[in-house]
Design a protein around this ligand. Structure first.
Ligand SMILES: [Zn+2]
Length: 300
């Protein structure tokens, strides 16, 4: 069935993710062939503390989890600190990562940290990778807009991340109005991916302009696209599936800059099989993270 209103869609989500096949009676006649997956839950690859209300990282984490509960999101990957910084100094990086460590510390295992690195400071970034991932609880790397993804400065980071089984999330966008000076496109990421076939890499936002972004990374089989950020657009998830296969597409929300509801709609409302929705909403991310979670003795 198609959802007839945003209200119906929102009302249905928590029950569905909790494994309830039939919704409460007020919506019963609307639930035949409900398209949302019931098995596997929802894991979100992409959440931030910046932009959320709250005086401390812990306060913000609790608020995010409160919203996540409403939407049936079980686990979230969290990266970057209380404010956004395009080109953080080494001390800013440490502060941002400390804030994530504080946040995930109150999440009772539901939040997974990704260490924010700045390739313009290669040695200090490697130190942060050791501190937060090799010796700490984090499970991935976040790269944003401080250096182009194809820059050779990323190589040592990618190499070490692969050794650690850490997932590398690279923001990408193809902006109609022009990118920031060092903001990567999926084409930049594809060049980096060619040099690092062992790395677990994510093309963040599918490049924003997803019709171009999906195709740009298609030949790099170890790169997955993330659906987060941007408006839910008809055909986006369907094209990702068609071009890459269900196992290379991952749900992320980019909360709080975007809502869980608008981003989940990209998967819930897509004309794709329920089995593909399960992979996109949790299965693929679990598979990517399973080795590093097991190394750290964390549940999958
Ligand atoms: Zn983001």
């Amino acid at each position: 069935m198609e959802f007839t209103s945003r209200r119906l869609f929102l009302r249905a989500l928590p029950a569905i993710s909790a494994g309830v096949r039939c919704l409460p009676s007020h919506a019963e006649d609307e639930t035949d062939n409900f398209p949302f997956p019931i098995d596997g839950g929802i894991w979100d690859l992409h959440a931030h503390l910046a932009g959320m209300d709250g005086a401390t990282p812990q306060d913000r984490m609790r608020r995010i989890l409160n919203f996540a509960d409403r939407m049936g999101v079980e686990r979230l990957c969290v990266y970057m600190g209380m404010s956004f910084s395009y080109n953080p100094t080494p001390s800013e990086l440490r502060k941002q990562n400390d804030e994530v460590l504080q946040a995930i510390g109150v999440a009772q295992g539901r939040a997974l940290g990704f260490v924010y690195l700045n390739p313009m400071y290669p040695r200090e970034s490697l130190d942060e990778l050791e501190r937060c991932v090799a010796d700490g609880p984090m499970v991935g790397v976040k790269l944003w807009v401080s250096a182009l993804a194809n820059d050779a400065k990323l190589d040592a980071i990618l190499h070490r991340a692969a050794e650690l089984n850490a997932v590398v999330f690279q923001h990408t966008w193809i902006k109609t109005t022009g990118n920031l000076p060092h903001e990567s496109t999926p084409m930049d990421l594809a060049l980096l991916a060619q040099r690092h076939p062992q790395a677990k890499m994510i093309c963040g936002h599918a490049g924003g302009n997803w019709e171009l972004g999906i195709r740009a990374i298609r030949s790099q089989k170890h790169v997955l696209v993330e659906l987060g950020g941007g408006d839910p657009t008809s055909g986006f998830t369907e094209m990702a599936l068609r071009e890459l296969g269900a196992e290379r597409v991952v749900f992320g929300s980019d909360v709080p800059g975007r809502s869980f509801a608008s981003q989940l709609a990209k998967v819930a409302g897509a004309s794709i099989p329920p089995s593909a929705k399960s992979l996109i909403l949790a299965g693929n991310l679990k598979k990517l993270l399973r080795p590093i979670l097991q190394q750290k003795g964390l549940p999958v």
